[in-house]
Design a protein around this ligand. Structure first.
Ligand SMILES: Nc1ncnc2c1ncn2[C@@H]1O[C@H](COP(=O)(O)OP(=O)(O)OP(=O)(O)O)[C@@H](O)[C@H]1O
Length: 300
């Protein structure tokens, strides 16, 4: 009961949102779609949840075709859209009952699916949704997306704008849902969340750049990366960009990440170059690639 996407393309009037996208999600997987704003994540989720028709290509969700079997898909999937989906004037309890009713079920019938999450917001069940914190809204939206016991769950940027502690809790919840045999597709612009997925697809400008496990993505990084720091980081970046052998240069936390075009790169040469540019307190040290480095390399 996975997802299969074959050569899907979709354009709006002025923009190609998806360009020949193909990938598979295996049953029971926690699959991450990782990419910046405007990459096409929402458009893809809308195609897969049958809210939008693709221009070309085919896709199946839980074995159903997104065009021919759209009614079956709507009953089999849960969708938590990025922009807020709940009714702000209804209470927690009323929102949940509303979503249960439109799927022809009751909160009691499927309570086991949402219990772990719902108990965390239940003390506030009489509170209007508009008055809840971001983390609480997110938990309620997840409960509403799960209340009809879907086989596949689509979560579009569920942690955007949520504090780090709530983000961590949210990912713990997803891991527990996965154990209930729910296949999960989650999109995020946060590279650190990619590590928590079984497999990830990088998406940029409507194209899939790579699909693999987070470990393999990092293992296949083709270059040696250096952390570089100096007294003036702005000047440092400008000098590195001017350096004739630079392959990539970008800020990364308190450092700049640098890769060189040469296979026999000697950091001492770069050190001398940076000193000649009057930079002080220069540190150049090897570091291990991260998922973000891989994305930067593929997106180049
Ligand atoms: N209804 C629309 N009409 C015209 N262009 C659109 C429409 N929806 C999205 N686009 C464009 O299609 C491209 C992909 O947008 P999409 O929302 O799918 O990306 P995204 O990765 O979900 O990003 P975001 O997080 O910003 O929503 C963007 O260039 C966007 O401007």
């Amino acid at each position: 009961m996975g997802v299969s996407v074959r050569h899907i393309s979709k354009s709006y009037k002025n923009a190609v949102a998806l360009h020949d996208i193909s990938f598979e999600v295996k049953p029971g997987e926690l699959f991450g779609l990782i990419g910046p704003d405007g990459a096409g994540k929402t458009t893809l989720f809308r195609v897969l949840t049958t809210l939008l028709l693709a221009d070309f290509g085919e896709a199946t969700v839980a074995g159903y075709d997104v065009v021919k079997d759209y009614k079956n898909i709507r009953n089999s999937v849960g969708y938590m859209p990025g922009r807020f989906s709940l009714y702000q004037d209804l209470t927690i309890e009323e929102n949940l009952e509303f979503f249960a009713t439109i799927f022809g079920t009751t909160v009691e019938e499927n309570y086991d699916v949402i219990k772990d999450i719902y108990v965390q917001i239940e003390p506030f069940k009489k509170r209007r949704t508009g008055k809840l914190s971001g983390g609480m809204k997110q938990k309620l939206a997840l409960c509403c997306a799960l209340i009809h016991k879907p086989k596949i769950l689509f979560l579009d940027e569920p942690t955007t704008g949520v504090d780090p502690v709530s983000r961590k809790e949210f990912w713990d919840m997803l891991k527990r849902l996965q154990q209930k045999d729910i296949t999960i597709l989650v999109s995020t612009p946060y590279m650190d969340e990619a590590e928590l997925c079984d497999r990830i697809a990088f998406i940029q400008e409507g194209k899939i750049l790579k699909v693999d496990t987070p470990e393999a993505v990092v293992r296949h990084y083709p270059k040696l990366i250096y952390n570089i720091r100096a007294n003036n980081m702005y000047q440092l970046i400008a000098c590195l960009n001017e350096y004739e052998f630079n392959h990539s240069v970008y800020p990364f936390g308190e450092f700049v990440h640098y890769t060189d075009t040469r296979s026999n790169f000697n950091p001492k040469e770069l050190l001398e170059y940076l000193k000649s540019k009057k930079l002080l307190d220069i540190i150049i040290e090897r570091t291990e690639p991260t998922i973000e480095d891989t994305f930067m390399e593929l997106a180049k």
